[in-house]
Design a protein around this ligand. Sequence first.
Ligand code: HEM
Length: 497
Amino acid sequence: MPPMDMEIRTYLLYILAAVSLPSLASLLYGQRHSLKSTIPPFVGTTNIISSCLTAFKLQFSGTKMLHKAYAQHGNGVFRLPSFFRWTYLISEPKLVSEMASAPEHIVSFNGGLEDVLQTDWTIGQDVTENPYHTPAIRVGLRNINQYFPQLHDELVHAFDDTLALQNHEWKLITVVPTIMQIISRSTSRVFLGLPLCRNQEYLDLTNNHNMRIFFRLTDSPYLPKLPETDYRSADHDSQECQIERDVGHEWPDRPNDLISWLLDFAEEEERTAEALVRRILTLNLAAHNTWMSLTAALYDLTRYPEYVLPLREEAEWVVADQGWTRTSISNMVKIDSFLRESQRLSASGPIGMARQIVAKDGFTFSDGTTVPYGSFLSVPGHNVNTDPVVYENPEVFDGFRFSRMREGCSGSREGKEGSIFTRHMVTTSPNHVVYGHGRHACPGRFFAATQLKTALAHVLINYDVKAETNGIRPQDHEFSLFKVPNTLGRIYVRKRV
Ligand code: HEM
């Protein structure tokens, strides 16, 4: 097991606490938002006591109850009780798109995020009020060709070092800490380069910081101490910032990394080491989802071993023909489909895409439904991803579901239904909200998809994997309305000869 300083059981406790604390906070300080509304409630009552009781029951059997509600009200908007307030769930695809494309001053992404993660407290108001890191990452991560060689190189070394396999022996590994280490190392290689991406103290600090945020332990004045010897931003103020003040953004040997991407967008008060560290930690938090997706994909691959051969053949064929490049990874259509299917079923929790209505007049959907000022909106993620109207056998894992769809497409580049681009891993829709949808759809998804596909292709070509127990997939942890891959799940892995 990699030397992460956080025991996996502690991590599990963190998750438990992370899902129960917001409910408690909501109970104590919750928005006493009107319980009266014309929108159908989740259960047939709107009185405060039974709503609180339902909110309590949701903590224990949220997924099941939500499933029932979606079957009943899945074609519009319905209300889910939290303690002393409602969450409005938007399920009809057209309305999901309307909510997702509404401007921030009407339907607020930041308001939703603050409700879910108490971001003003955990990340800091300066970050939430001025999220300039989002356009910075959108632009910085755009040219995948440029940093692909480093990403691939780090994945290869990280798998090798972390798995530490001997000869041809099977080794039983706990997937979460292993994959967390590999993903954070390869992400850090692109974000901040060598040698920091291999500095275990730095990796542990960022991963533990993420856990603290989920646990609501971090307050704004708090910042973990990063290893100063390696941390380029520590002397950023005196060196790079001075250079940029003198000559602007264009100077010889300017590093193409996260700090430079941030500096392209940062206002004067953001151009300090501490402020930059805060942004780096925030983006590490956002990138945290990637290890969950790779963990889920490995659970699926070992649960359904019939996919190993065709996926391996594709990876070997493409690499033999085109080598390891960003373009060759894009040509791995079956691997793309397998990962998209794995994410469809595992990556969206019961609810997601949290938003808050901040327009004083509320927000009116095209079907006439009005949600009032101050209220909280979400999309029932797992339900829309498994809507039987859109997906055949929606709960069945069908790894080539999307590659089959792409085979039948016209190949036009127009991005309409029927074009080859509608079923890529990175394509969002109101019925595939793994990366959200609309205005705030994840800007890191092109990078994450490339990272995930490269990692899976590398595993298929270089390792054999099998389930700890044949036919059993470690069950996702589900608490309340949250879901994460099983943190204790194990699989066997060995080097291929
Ligand atoms: C498999 C990996 C990932 C998944 C499943 C994922 C998922 C998401 C989701 C669901 C959202 C919210 C979208 C919405 O509410 O409409 C989001 C937003 C975001 N993600 Fe990702 N993400 C992943 C990887 C990454 C990576 C690698 C980065 C890079 C730093 C990143 C950066 C962001 C940022 C900055 C936002 C906020 C966007 C905004 O404010 O408009 N994500 N992501």
